[in-house]
Design a protein around this ligand. Structure first.
Ligand code: APR
Ligand code: PHB
Length: 408
């Protein structure tokens, strides 16, 4: 099998890249080790930056997002039983974010690719990237029990943190910058209307909590007599800081609600709505950057090259930034013959990535309780929060980073 761009992985990075290349008339083959149902059901964060929204719209992949997604103009910071709203448009010259789950972005892109695009092979596991430092890189992969080779002009490793593409970069050239945290997030989905109309990031002595949501699911009534009746089911997405290594099932549903209630407590009459929990999982927290992101004709994008802790929901948005940078560089190469932008890929991406690493780290350390924290650390955290709540420059810095750094 032969193609121009071999894409390993059909997460957000691989799927957005496949769409961008399709629109530019460049062929690509996507290899994905899991099946379609798995890719479409994996629960991840749900906040799209303004720039990501713009990319999906320009790529013709935003029809359902524009119908169902929820535009959010701010977030709430909660600490010391107080509430402080950060208003994005007034601080950033009109920017906002979109609440639309990553799984939905993936479903939309898979459907588009299967309808109009080129090959997207599920249950096709890349085994190795070979000859990355030559003009003819290859991906060895296994599908339906048989080994095959995808011959490419370029390979883009969009295969996430656990993928194989990063391993094709010689150890002597790789630098890894990493930090792990002594906590994780226990996340739930619950069939209940969100208790607030914007996201709430809460700092509490017992640990961090986050209130988020998914767009309501509209279900049409199946009965013929009431054909026009449709019912909106509301979905809350909530997270609790828990110790690293916690098993999701070790928390009973009522314990989760009790703990959320404690951490979100306010001095006013705000109330947490409880409802049936439909999904429970634990997300580990890590900061990780692999440099460089390019080796010969192999380019890493998304989680294959970098991880941020989820506070601030930058993961998907960074992945989109990488693949936009790659697609532009390849189009530039085709139009001008110059490989200048391809050569600059790693540097261009890393500038933005390190800003997002900084922001995600700042948000994480601002809001989570480190088990080793002293009273000094606690007071400092509160002083940092007071600063954001009381000084426009500090608040603007947070709003700008939250809504996203420019792609250029
Ligand atoms: N061969 C083929 N596919 C692979 C292989 C392999 N050897 N290894 C991994 N994959 C697939 C995975 O099954 C997954 O579908 O690559 C895909 C990687 O997708 P993601 O992990 O979602 O990574 P990415 O597309 O970079 O998206 C970044 O995902 O982890 C979140 O928070 C992160 O939102 C961010 C986003
Ligand atoms: C989510 O809704 O899943 C979410 C929202 C904001 C975050 C992280 C996750 O910072």
């Amino acid at each position: 099998m032969r193609t121009t761009v071999g894409i390993i992985g059909a997460g957000p990075a691989g799927l957005v890249l496949a769409r961008l290349l399709h629109n530019a008339g460049i062929d690509a083959v996507v290899l994905e080790s899991r099946d379609r149902a798995y890719v479409e059901q994996r629960q991840r964060a749900g906040i799209l930056e303004q720039g990501t929204v713009d990319v999906l719209r320009a790529a013709g992949a935003a029809e359902r997002m524009d119908r169902e997604g929820l535009r959010h103009d701010g977030i709430e910071l909660r600490f010391d039983r107080r509430r402080h709203r950060v208003d994005f448009p007034s601080l950033t010259g009109g920017k906002s974010v979109m609440v639309y789950a990553q799984t939905e972005v993936c479903k939309d892109l898979v459907a588009l690719r299967l309808k109009e695009g080129g090959p997207l092979l599920f249950e096709a596991e890349a085994l190795a990237v070979e000859d990355a430092d030559t003009e003819h890189p290859r991906v060895r992969f296994r599908r339906q029990g048989r080994e095959d080779v995808l011959e490419c002009d370029y390979v883009v490793g969009c295969d996430g943190f656990w993928g194989v593409s990063r391993k094709a970069i010689p150890a002597g050239l790789s630098r890894v910058h990493e930090r792990t945290y002594p906590f994780a997030w226990l996340g739930i989905l619950a069939d209940v209307a969100p208790s607030h109309d914007e996201l709430v990031y809460a700092r509490h002595d017992r640990g961090f909590a986050l209130l988020s949501m998914r767009p309501p699911v509209t279900r049409h009534h199946p009965s013929k007599e009431v054909a026009s009746l449709s019912i909106d089911s509301y979905v809350s997405r909530l997270y609790l800081q828990v110790p690293a290594g916690t098993e999701a099932q070790s928390w009973a549903d009522e314990e989760i609600w009790d703990e959320l209630e404690r951490r979100f407590e306010t001095a006013d009459d705000w109330r947490l709505h409880r409802g049936p929990i439909t999904q429970k999982s634990v997300t580990p927290m890590r900061s990780f950057v692999h440099e460089p992101m390019r080796y010969g004709r192999l380019f890493l994008a998304g989680d294959a090259a970098h991880i941020v802790p989820p506070t601030g929901a930058k993961g998907l948005n960074l992945a989109v930034g990488d693949v936009v940078t790659f697609a532009r560089a390849l189009v530039h190469r085709r139009e001008t013959g110059s490989a200048e932008l391809l050569d600059a890929y790693s540097q261009t991406c890393l500038r933005r990535i390190w800003q997002a690493e900084r922001f995600s780290y700042d948000m994480t350390t601002l809001l989570h309780r480190d088990p080793a924290a002293t009273s000094f650390d606690d007071r400092l955290q509160l002083a940092r929060l007071e600063r954001v709540a009381g000084h426009r420059a500090a608040e603007t810095d947070l709003a700008e980073a939250y809504t996203g750094f420019p792609l250029d």
